[in-house]
Design a protein around this ligand. Structure first.
Ligand code: TXA
Ligand code: MG
Length: 319
């Protein structure tokens, strides 16, 4: 789906049906949550998620929050231990996001999690978000619906100002009540970690969990998820800007530069982004232990910047 004109939809049955049809076709729909407007796409659809990054102009594949309709849906994508269930019972629906171990059978696009073994899950309280998630019946990846580097939108008009022509539609649910993003809590380790302060005060969470780990400002957010120790890096060595494979290398092509795999034969950066994590894994398997991967040049424009950022991390020397 290519966006042309951004439709403004009323938050009634007709608007929700239209939004669901767009999402099922791989399109993007911004929707109100109690915190800020989210830029929603089908979290199982690689292309839809790649288009979220393209629409925002994000230079990196930061992991995105997966929005769910209910606790049952959350359990299909993440492991919720007793502590997570207690927090969910107290704060969901509401502005608390839980980073939990990803289920191996989750079926989410690896672009949503930036290929991390964890997933951020949120059950929003806004009635329009809930109606949309119920009608869609599946997980929606949704970062804030603003171009990268701009302030988060709290009204449908803000979304249109920033993203008009880049997304298919926005559901107009009026002003957001909370106005700041959700609190993000990391629940992968034994201690709960405050990854981002937000709509639920940390003290309210601590009343249930006990003292939270609070990383300093530098570590407060994995703005560069590739720096996380747990981030997937291919076992094989990786060489960028390759015009042809050297002996023993598994070649990942792009556009006219051919390879055993090709990120996008037509040179489409959205398609390339959608394929990137899958192909890195596949090339890694093909290369085998101690193997080598070569990747064709990818232009440093639009989504190409995020693709090259990820490739540079994979190519960097590792301990
Ligand atoms: O209120 C909100 O949370 C809004 C509304 C739309 O729901 N959404 C939002 O999404 O703020 P976004 O993409 O702007 O923020 C997502 C942040 C990432 O930058 C990252 O810090 C964290 O969530 N995150 C997501 N997945 C993670 C993971 N697996 N591990 C650690 N942090 C993660
Ligand atoms: Mg944001």
């Amino acid at each position: 789906m290519q966006a042309t004109k951004t439709e403004v939809l009323s938050p009634d049955d007709a608007g929700i049906s239209r939004a669901v049809a767009i999402l099922r076709a791989g399109g993007l729909v911004a929707f109100p949550t109690e915190t800020v407007y989210g830029l929603g796409g089908n979290a199982r659809d690689d292309r839809a998620v790649a288009r979220i990054f393209a629409a925002k102009g994000r230079p990196r594949f930061n992991p995105l929050i997966v929005h769910v309709a209910d606790l049952g849906m959350a359990g299909r994508f993440a492991h919720l231990d007793e502590r997570a269930l207690k927090l969910a019972a107290r704060f969901w629906p509401g502005p608390l996001t839980l980073v939990l171990p990803l289920r191996p059978d989750a079926g989410l696009s690896p672009l949503v999690t930036a290929d991390l073994p964890s997933v951020a899950i949120r059950l929003p309280a806004h009635p329009v978000a809930q109606a949309l998630l119920r009608a869609f019946g599946g997980p929606l990846a949704a970062p804030s619906a603003n171009p990268s580097g701009r302030v988060s939108p709290t009204r449908a008009t803000h979304v249109v100002e920033g993203l008009s022509g880049r997304i298919e539609a926005v559901l107009d649910g009026g002003a957001c009540a909370v106005g700041v993003e959700s609190t993000i809590l990391g629940l992968e380790g034994a201690r709960a970690t405050l990854l981002r302060p937000g709509g639920i005060p940390a003290e309210a969470v601590e009343a249930l969990t006990g003292p939270l780990d609070r990383p300093g400002p530098a570590g407060a957010r994995p703005t560069a998820p590739g720096q996380l120790a747990s981030h997937y890096a291919p076992g094989a060595a990786l060489r960028m800007e390759a015009s042809a494979p050297r002996p023993g290398e598994v070649m990942i092509g792009f556009g006219p530069v051919a390879g055993a795999l090709n990120l996008s034969p037509s040179g489409d950066l959205v398609e390339a982004a959608a394929n990137l994590f899958h192909f890195l894994r596949e090339a890694d398997h093909l290369a085998g232990a101690g193997g080598r991967i070569a990747v064709a040049p990818v232009p440093e424009t639009g989504l190409g910047r995020a693709i090259n950022d990820r490739l540079r991390r994979a190519a960097a020397p590792r301990p």
